[in-house]
Write a protein that binds this ligand. Structure first.
Ligand code: CP
Ligand code: NVA
Length: 302
């Protein structure tokens, strides 16, 4: 089993991940991976949280992480992704990969005999979405019936994965962005098969009575060339106190980090009482451990 798209997980898989996560969150957890489990972390793009939390997750579960900067591998000299997948499958037990091109991760999954975990592509960030929905679950309980609003760039990786996972668990998902800026149709259409998912350009309507308000950078990895236009286009959709005032009084504000204070989010929201961003970051470690343990369970029961 791979975790390449958030859609790879059924509702039952997510529930199981939450159960493992709850065990891990309790101090006395003694869960571990089979000894000597080796996890290749192959990254072509920068990362602070995902890289470090994965390395720590594997080490704390008794395994061995190997961080691989793709620039230092033969991939940078043209070796095919499929051949690389075959090699890593001979030496390791898991591959976690971060790279811009989603298709590369799909190819890695097709050519690998060990589980492949997407650690971010330009289209998805499924491990982040799991940390996010687990954070929502801890703070608000069952996601069924909650209203989650995503404001800003509604056509990017974090939004795509969160939309799928949240809709699958029965949350209402409100996408709020500038006129004419549409979500990625394959993700939007799929999420609409699972639940109530809709787009609005009005911040007031889109955030009205939301339990959760989520934002992410205006300039995702790979879009640096459009930075100036994007900042101009999305700035009216900044998550600030005014925007938060349309949501429920006890709503939480979420951001996967890294944040750009004064762009997609105001400092007083990110650092304020309603912010869940630091819990999300903490829960990356929990959910990455849960993913490794769950995928090991699945492999063992094959
Ligand atoms: N949220 C997240 O994925 O952060 P990094 O880019 O630092 O890994
Ligand atoms: N959407 C952001 C997520 C970073 C964790 C990006 O792709 O840069």
């Amino acid at each position: 089993m791979n975790l390449i798209s958030s859609d790879d997980l059924t509702k039952a898989d997510i529930k199981r991940l939450f159960t493992i996560g709850s065990k891990l969150s309790s101090q006395r957890s003694e869960l571990s991976l089979r000894s000597n489990t080796t996890v290749a972390l192959l990254f072509t793009e920068p990362s602070t949280r995902t890289r470090v939390s994965f390395e720590v997750a594997v080490a704390q579960l008794g395994g061995m992480p190997i961080y691989i900067d793709a620039k230092t591998t033969q991939l940078s000299r043209g070796e095919q992704v499929g051949d690389t997948a075959k090699m890593l499958s001979m030496y390791c037990d898991f591959i976690a990969i971060r790279t811009y091109d989603h298709e590369t991760v799909v190819q890695m999954g097709e050519n690998s005999t060990i589980p492949v975990i997407n650690a971010l592509t330009s289209l998805e960030h499924p491990t982040q979405a799991l940390a996010d929905i687990y954070t929502i679950y801890q703070k608000k309980g069952d996601l069924k019936g909650l209203k989650i609003a995503f404001i800003g760039d509604i056509a990017q990786n974090t939004c795509n994965s969160l939309m799928l996972s949240a809709a699958k668990l029965g949350a209402e998902f409100s996408l709020v962005g500038p006129k004419g800026w549409r979500p990625k149709s394959q993700y939007y259409n799929k999420a609409r098969e699972y639940g109530r998912v809709y787009v609005s350009e009005s911040i007031e309507d889109g955030l009205e009575d939301a339990d959760v308000v989520y934002t992410d950078t205006f300039v995702s990895m790979g879009f640096e060339g459009e930075a100036e236009e994007r900042r101009k286009l999305f700035l009216p959709y900044q998550l600030n106190q005014k925007a938060m005032s349309y949501a429920k009084r006890d709503a939480i504000a979420m951001h996967p980090l890294p944040a750009h204070r004064g762009e997609e989010i105001a400092s007083d929201v990110l650092d304020g009482k309603q912010s869940a961003a630091w819990d999300q970051a903490k829960n990356k470690l929990v959910m990455e451990k849960a993913i490794l343990l769950y995928l090991s369970e699945v492999e063992e029961n094959k």
